[in-house]
Write a protein that binds this ligand. Sequence first.
Ligand code: NI
Length: 139
Amino acid sequence: MSKIERFSVSLEGELLKAFDDYIDHMGYASRSEAVRDLIRNKLVVRHWQDPKAEGVGVVTLVYDHHRRDLPEKLTELQHRFFKEIVSTTHIHLDRHNCLEVIIVRGRASKLQKIADLLISTKGVKHGRLLSTTTGKEIR
Ligand code: NI
């Protein structure tokens, strides 16, 4: 672990008050911890913008499994990208709706493409990609 460095930040009072309210609401132990998280979030977003970067992501899909051909289409897509799809969990939310949680790992640009294909499949009610880090490029 590298040496801790200190730097000071100048902010308008109102912005600092809003930041302190955020810290309080989130439960951070200190401003430093909150700033570290904000920086890491920005670095992960930036990392994903590099098309060659390796990333990890979680795709969530909510859909009605009665919808014609939809489960087959989603399975077909997942088989197409078996190298990137690490794991899939399927939860039956009620008699109709399913939640699928798909963990993906690989080149960030490819993961984005896989997520877009899954989410845009006709009949998917709601889909999201949470893009995160393998942890290697971040401290
Ligand atoms: Ni189901």
